[in-house]
Ligand binder design. Structure first.
Ligand SMILES: Cc1ncc(C[n+]2csc(CCOP(=O)(O)OP(=O)(O)O)c2C)c(N)n1
Ligand code: SF4
Ligand SMILES: [Mg+2]
Length: 285
């Protein structure tokens, strides 16, 4: 399928050079490569430069509240399981005000894909400290340098049982598109942390380029959780690629569908109670 199908009438008004342009190209490329038609895609966002994303791509979209792309994404998927549902937002949006939703959406293995355009700063509000801002980083709210260590979203998500955890770079569009395609095909929740430099308030292009390497190049085994955790904690270098992927766990949506109207035996997972089946039926009828 041609990526032109995903061209929006609205021109993206990000600053020239903003990393989010690369992420936008990678998403269009991933959807076209997987032959997913625009009308079968929903993209939910929050508030931030990155959250303007749904306006710049021709799919269904929802530009919502700061930190809340995931509840809308989860609701969209449960209402129509045939949709490809992405949540796209910034580090402030997803790792700060909305992080509770990330944890619980991952825990339940909802079949939505979270793409975080991580620039280690609040871009839209002109350069304040974000949860991924680094120790010592000077921002408008930390003029003498930050005295707190950044949140590590990858190791946190690995620690709470997320079934797909990856990191891409918006300066490597082809590789990023491949990661996003794998995330879309994954059976359940996927986090793709995308290093997407803010050239206006915190330009990390040179830093990422000088420290990055691909997990593929070192023969990383993405089924090995402990190896994934070790790699996710690296700070001297920046690993890119799929850290962890587990296709053994059913997604929440899968369980719900299979549980409707019958006792569905899944090893290690309790059967739905009659009351839960009633709730599930009311959702899908
Ligand atoms: C409830 C609420 N709190 C605060 C804000 C102000 N606000 C808008 S965007 C933003 C942070 C943006 O940073 P990020 O999510 O990293 O996106 P970026 O602009 O960097 O892409 C904040 C704090 C808001 N809009 N709503
Ligand atoms: S302020 Fe930063 S994040 Fe926002 S559009 Fe400009 S470069 Fe991108
Ligand atoms: Mg940001």
């Amino acid at each position: 399928m041609n990526t032109k199908l995903f061209e929006s009438d609205t021109r993206a008004d990000w600053c020239p050079g903003c990393g989010d342009f690369g992420a936008l190209s990678a998403v269009k490329n991933a959807l076209a490569s997987l032959d997913i038609e625009p009308h079968n895609v929903v993209i939910s966002s929050g508030i931030g430069c990155s959250s303007n994303f749904p306006g710049y791509i021709r799919t269904y979209g929802h530009h919502g509240l700061h930190g809340r792309p995931l509840p809308v994404a989860v609701g969209s998927k449960m209402a129509n399981p045939n949709l490809t549902v992405l949540a796209v937002a910034g580090d402030g949006d997803e790792y700060g005000i909305g992080f509770n939703h990330v944890v619980h959406t991952a825990r339940r293995n909802h079949d939505v894909k979270l793409l975080v355009l991580n620039n280690e700063i609040y871009g839209l509000t002109t350069g304040q400290l974000s949860p991924t801002s680094t120790y010592g980083q000077r921002t408008k709210t930390t003029p003498y340098g930050s005295s707190i260590y950044p949140l590590n979203p990858l190791s946190t998500l690995l620690g709470i049982g997320a079934t797909f955890v990856a990191r891409g770079f918006s300066g490597k569009v082809k590789e990023l598109s491949e990661i996003i395609q794998a995330a879309i095909k994954h059976r359940g929740f996927a986090l793709v942390d995308i290093l997407s430099p803010c050239v206006t308030w915190h330009d990390i292009y040179d830093q990422v380029r000088s420290k990055m390497y691909t997990l593929e190049s070192v023969g990383h085994d993405s089924s090995d959780l402990h190896a994934a955790l070790d790699r996710s904690k690296e700070t001297d270098r920046i690993p890119l690629g799929i850290f962890y992927q587990n296709e053994d766990n059913p997604s929440f949506d899968e369980l719900l569908r299979k549980g409707v109207g019958k006792q569905y035996p899944v090893d290690g997972i309790r059967h739905m109670t009659a009351e839960e089946q009633k709730v599930a039926l009311s959702i899908f009828s």
